[in-house]
Design a binder for this molecule. Sequence first.
Ligand code: NAD
Length: 261
Amino acid sequence: MFLTGKTAIVTGSTSGIGLAYAKALAAEGANVMMNGFGDADEIEAERVALETASGAKAVYSDADMTDPAAIEAMVAHCAEELGTPDIAIANAGVQHVAPIEEFPVEKWDQLIAINLSSAWHLTRLVVGGMKEKGWGRIIYTASAHSMVASPFKSAYNASKFGLGGIAKTVALEAAQDGVTVNCISPGYVWTPLVEKQIPDTMAARGMTRDEVINDVLLAALPTKKFVMPEEIASFALYLCRDEAAQITGANLSMDGGWTAQ
Ligand code: NAD
């Protein structure tokens, strides 16, 4: 268990990719602060399962990623309960699909706050402690949509391209402090986030559910397979290894060849 004694904070870890990160980190012995929304009993069951995995501690924060004060409180809570974070994964994310002329302004503001600004806040709050320790790992779940665009996703594309910019900048700022900052950019991963955007995409494109799955989602992936959350978590674990110390400021594709096209 190569992460014993380390503390990780993972935003949006009550579901999907974030939960897979939390499980992988806990299985390697890290204390984990979970975050996100969902059914309280289910979250508590996942929290207990994380602790059972390794004997390390797991704590849950219900901080809303649209609220900078809540993000500050979450990081302070983590420091009190588990120690200052050695690993921070900004993963919370939402999607909204609409043509730009119909895109609700409040949806733009909310999506940018959750997908982009919360990563910036988390980073500004954790990087100092990592620099002091001379070791840290910051990872953003970006997306293939941080490299190429799809129509009707103006806010999502903007947020994910923005994550690449923060990662490169902070990677340079922390390059001599043992802290790496990277994006992992998956193609479509079969999680609730993807499933929930199917109805809007059906409406926006006038397609059936099967057409959206086969002609929009899997059409983008040359492998014709969804990426699995566990594959992404395993990649993140590699970035946490000392052997990955020279990988920084990178936007790392895990997209079945999507952005090779
Ligand atoms: P998901 O819907 O399964 O999980 C999203 C998580 O974010 C949940 O834990 C949810 O509670 C949390 N969240 C949402 N709003 C929040 C808020 N205001 N405050 C705190 N937490 C909040 O989605 P997922 O597919 O696991 O997505 C995780 C990340 O991966 C996102 O950033 C997403 O953009 C990115 N991503 C997903 C895919 C995909 O195909 N699923 C592809 C590329 C990138």
